[in-house]
Design a binder for this molecule. Structure first.
Ligand SMILES: O=C(O)CCC(=O)C(=O)O
Ligand SMILES: [Fe+2]
Length: 406
């Protein structure tokens, strides 16, 4: 029958996740999303028949018609086309997950081809075919070329209005100053030595006004700060366990359009300001993740780069723009253990660092692993803006659902 598969379903639904993350929600929380459907006799038979080719398929929610369509095509493919292929291919061709047909119906065969070919050959009707990595989506271009991160940081440092009185600040810009916490030495421009080089890390003062800080905190409360899920929980596609916030005990709220947050004037102004300073379009930023740490809460050492996103249309996270929304009496520092950097939270301040190498912007820069120290006295509020290589907002980012629920 039609049931919710997670205790948090009704909470997530109340936060607008049915609209925000329909892929994940409609298959896991159909009751809370109100998307259970009555199945026809012939459809039930179809679902029964396709179990000859792997796991029984889940058909639920508003995507049911398209999911059934995939199953019909799967049956035809398995009974006709597949039979012309070598026996080893036939033997390997099976749906290994109950969500294969659903994923195929929402476009994952093209958005996430490596995973889908492995797990869901019948549903994608491509058993034995070589995997073609996804092209960058039409109409968007890579935000950063090799060397571009280095150039960007140099530009940000020399253009900071508070450091340089020649720069006019327009209406929505603040009079921020910039300090360099880490930068490559001269040889950084020689690509071949970059692995041994230090990355850029810079901090900003007065990047966000007091009023904007207060508004962002309030938006977080409006959306609702949800406690991070425990590390090790199996994700919708079963493969993200070790990426998930190892050691995060704080709470977070994603400032999305469906939760009436991303469209807010202040949220938009912050996205625009970050875009103006970095030169990376606002659409390449994930929804602002507003964080709340109570006394004792922390985020253990981790890296913001997510390997699986290399296969997604949005591409990897290339930069983290982190905002501090309040002064914290004690604790709560952001620490980069490999760089000897420790930053104390300060209202309106910000921190910018790359997740990737400037010379090879699809490769993780291990040196920017970092942690948030436990808050000792007070409460800490912060914001993540994760900037991607490609457009994030208007195009599907493969399986962004599991991250969006962190
Ligand atoms: O709270 C901080 O200082 C850093 C948080 C962080 O690294 C993250 O959320 O990925
Ligand atoms: Fe982080």
């Amino acid at each position: 029958g039609c049931t919710d598969k997670n205790d948090n379903c009704s909470f997530w639904a109340s936060q607008g996740e049915c609209q925000n993350n329909p892929g994940f929600m409609h298959s896991n929380c159909p009751v809370s999303c109100g998307t259970c459907v009555e199945m026809k006799e012939e459809d039930l038979l179809l679902i029964e028949n396709v179990t000859n080719y792997g796991k029984k398929q889940v058909v639920q929610g508003e995507h049911s018609p398209r999911t059934l369509d995939v199953i019909r095509k799967t049956m035809h493919y398995m009974q006709n086309d597949l039979q012309k292929l070598p026996p080893q291919v036939i033997a390997e061709c099976t749906n290994r997950d109950e969500l294969c047909a659903f994923w195929a119906a929402i476009g994952e065969c093209t958005n996430n081809p490596e995973f889908m070919s492995q797990e869901c050959g019948p549903s994608c009707q491509n058993c034995g075919e070589p995997v073609v990595p996804p092209c960058p989506p039409l109409g968007t271009i890579a935000a950063i070329q090799p060397g571009g991160i280095h150039d960007m940081f140099e530009r940000i440092v020399s253009n900071a209005p508070g450091n340089n009185t020649d720069i006019d600040i327009d209406q929505d810009m603040t009079n921020y100053t910039v300090q360099i916490l880490s930068m490559p030495n001269e040889k950084a421009l020689d690509v071949s030595v970059e692995y041994g080089q230090y990355p850029w890390v810079i901090s900003f003062d007065n990047f966000v006004t007091d009023e904007e800080c207060d508004k962002l905190i309030e938006l977080g409360h409006m959306v609702g700060y949800a406690r991070s899920r425990d590390a090790g929980e199996v994700k919708a596609d079963g493969s993200f366990e070790d990426i998930v916030s190892e050691g995060r005990t704080s709470s977070g709220a994603f400032c999305s359009y469906p939760s009436n947050c991303r469209g807010d004037d202040v949220a938009q102004r912050i996205h625009d300001r970050i875009a103006k300073v970095t030169g990376i379009p606002a659409g390449n930023s994930e929804d602002l993740q507003i964080l709340k740490y109570e006394v004792g809460e922390k985020y253990g050492i981790h890296h913001d780069f997510v390997d699986q996103q290399l296969l997604h249309q949005c591409g990897p996270r290339i930069l983290t723009f982190f905002l501090y929304l309040n002064d914290v009496e004690e604790g709560g520092e952001t620490v980069f253990p490999y760089l000897g950097i420790s930053v104390k939270p300060k209202k309106g301040a910000a921190l910018l660092w790359p997740s990737v190498l400037s010379s090879a912007p699809r490769q993780r820069d291990m040196k920017t692993a970092h942690e948030a120290k436990p808050v000792i006295k007070d409460r800490k509020y912060g914001v993540n803006s994760w900037l991607h290589m490609y457009e994030y907002v208007d195009l599907p980012c493969g399986f962004n659902t599991p991250y969006d629920l962190l």
